[in-house]
Ligand binder design. Structure first.
Ligand SMILES: NC(=O)c1ccc[n+]([C@@H]2O[C@H](COP(=O)([O-])OP(=O)(O)OC[C@H]3O[C@@H](n4cnc5c(N)ncnc54)[C@H](OP(=O)(O)O)[C@@H]3O)[C@@H](O)[C@H]2O)c1
Length: 254
């Protein structure tokens, strides 16, 4: 059984012991870990239709995706290119972008293209030579580009989006050489994307957002879970279910 909220901090309002919530710990302070119990730093009510596996994997992905879309000022009627769109973060970014009324092009290996189409994305093969493949899909300009893969595409993303200001990376530590922003959230002293938890919850209730879960492993198969998470094709999230050996919630591997 997944335990609901067990204790509440003195200044927390709007939530009660027994509520079902999801969210994230303060990764900047605590780092990454898998645990039976967590003191959440950010949270919101869990949508009824969201499974615990999805909820356990949702928190940091939604915060990261929302922060990146905000940083790029992604708005209705623009075109966004996401490099690395099928992975754990990418598959959340693209859905939240589509919900903003954005046209989303996303890169993936060919056998993940159908997965992207199901998320409302126009797929393009990843790897070198991206500008020609994107232009074959659309003659319209790419307004913004988000690099989620860190695979060395920043030069090509700038070529497509026109200027380094129109590109953000979540994963390329060589970004400053291109004049591109590397978003690190609170670690980088930036505004966070925590407000995205509430809006993603509303979208989930409307059937417009879900967390794609590729596989769920019991806690005692944590090593195998990490091995699978490193194997392509990577689509959505791998979840470690701590309830399968003890009594608590799913937690995300990232
Ligand atoms: N800065 C932040 O705040 C922040 C927060 C969260 C995560 N991250 C970082 O973001 C990155 C992505 O995380 P994730 O959880 O989404 O990882 P993931 O689930 O492993 O997804 C990575 C995706 O990139 C694709 N890919 C592989 N080679 C590529 C290439 N050459 N070009 C474009 N895409 C390629 C993979 O496809 P195949 O598997 O099919 O090859 C996969 O779908 C990681 O580096 C992570 O550390 C940063």
């Amino acid at each position: 059984m997944i335990p609901p909220v067990l204790e509440i901090g003195a200044e927390v309002t709007g939530y009660a012991v027994g509520d079902e919530v999801f969210g994230a710990v303060d990764v900047a302070r605590l780092g990454g870990a898998s645990a039976q119990y967590a003191v959440l730093d950010v949270w919101t009510h869990k949508p009824h239709g969201m499974t615990w596996a999805e909820a356990g994997a949702a928190g940091t992905g939604i915060e990261t995706a929302t922060r990146a879309l905000d940083l790029l000022d992604v708005r209705e009627n623009t075109t966004l290119l996401v490099d690395g769109a099928a992975g754990g973060v990418g598959s959340i970014v693209v859905q939240l972008a589509v919900a903003r009324g954005v046209r989303v092009l996303g890169t993936a290996r060919p056998d993940s293209h159908e997965f992207l189409r199901e998320l409302g994305v126009e797929p393009v093969d990843y790897g070198r030579g991206l500008p020609a493949r994107v232009r074959a899909v659309t003659a319209a300009p790419v307004d913004r580009a988000l690099d989620v893969a860190g695979a060395g595409s920043l030069g090509e993303l700038i070529e497509l989006a026109g200027t380094p200001d129109s590109v953000v990376t979540l994963a390329d530590f060589g970004a400053s050489a291109y004049g591109v922003r590397l978003s690190m959230g609170r670690l980088g002293g930036e505004p966070d994307g925590v407000h995205g938890l509430t809006s993603a919850t509303a979208l989930a209730d409307q059937g417009r957002f879900h967390v794609p879960v590729r596989e769920i492993y019991p806690a005692h198969q944590a090593a195998q879970a990490h091995e699978t998470a490193a194997q392509p094709p990577r689509r959505g999230k791998i979840v470690l279910d701590m309830t399968r050996t003890s009594s608590v919630a799913s937690t995300e591997l990232y």
